[in-house]
Design a protein around this ligand. Sequence first.
Ligand SMILES: Cc1ncc(COP(=O)(O)O)c(C=O)c1O
Length: 417
Amino acid sequence: MTPFPIDCVRARFPAIAGTDRPPVFLDNAAGTQVPQSVIDAVAQGMAQGACNLGGKFAGSRRAMDIWDAAHQAGADIVGAPTPRGVIIGSSMTALTMHISRSIGRLCQPGDEIVLTRMDHEGDVAPWLLMARDHGLTVRWVSFDTDSWQIEPEALRAVMSQRTRLVAMNYASNMTGSINDMAALVRVVHEFGALAYVDAVQLTPHRLPDVVAIDCDFLVCSAYKFFGPHMAVLWGRESVLEGLEAYKCRCSSDELPERFELGTPQTELLAGLVATADYLASLGDLAGHTGTRRERMLGGYAAFGAYETALTLRLIEGILAIPGITIHGITNPNRIAQRVPTVSFTHDRIATHAFAQGLADQDICVWSGHNYALEPARQLGLDEDTGVVRLAIAHYNTGEEIERTLAALAAVAAAARA
Ligand SMILES: Cc1ncc(COP(=O)(O)O)c(C=O)c1O
């Protein structure tokens, strides 16, 4: 296999390429750096498309073209057959809060929803509020602490004929483990419930496929996969058609417009198109051709193998440091069941102090609960201090991983001295 062209890729990211010794960005699960092509597209979107949609003049038509192209980009990213089910908004949390209001109207008091102990608050809080407002019972499913995944049988055990919705994450933003989503969705559908999938942490590493997993909703955030601060929610058209939209009386009743509130963020939509093109260009580098989705899949395959090698080395190096516990899959044979987000605690050093020690050496990581309140609770971790989280993206290098491991060892050694 051709080696992943890391130098060529890094040259595209001004935050990395523009400085002599750039910081090591290992906070990618919180947000990724952005290639120049996406930055240019956002600027151009403002320069050329800063008009409202629906006008008779050229600028307005350009803005409409950007809107169309962005919805097609969203469809390509999630694997949707058409852009009609693609709803674009400011963040995963905002989109989920918004659609939960419509989904709640399908429920009767005494109905049930299922939430997981693996999810980020963005996929928990909206549903807790929906349950409160409609008198629903919330059932919880924990992740298995051996497999680090939600087991289909554990999900089945909390389902009933009254379950209306199951909200579950595809990949955890704390442990990094990836759920077997197709298997989980099958269980949800056995009970006639809706499957709402949070793919925010999966999408930077694996391209979702809403058709293959057969979910009813899937949501992801572009700023986690090299794009602007915005998010994409896909909904099955037949389900969206049955939902009442919370919208202005005079705004469009069509799909997907009726679920998109206010004036579109045209410049960010232009950035989303460029993000899809960037991902496809990684496929081009690896010699893939075909549709944009096929080229994207080729790109993901190329950087997937590269990321896996970095992750194996990071985990191996961390495990060699005395006092550290990794909360997640560490078995190299199961590396395909996790994204490269590695969280740990140390027996003597508080997480925030550890992150500060790394920041002092120009290694950017996060510490705390990372909004993964339920996982922190299930793992018996202190909610305020949580974990130290290191999250690789495809622009990281082997040299950066070695630099990080040396920095980690130095912080840990200082505590033992
Ligand atoms: C798994 C997961 N879900 C949801 C979110 C929330 O995304 P957004 O910031 O777009 O609301 C995050 C953010 O970190 C996340 O990691």
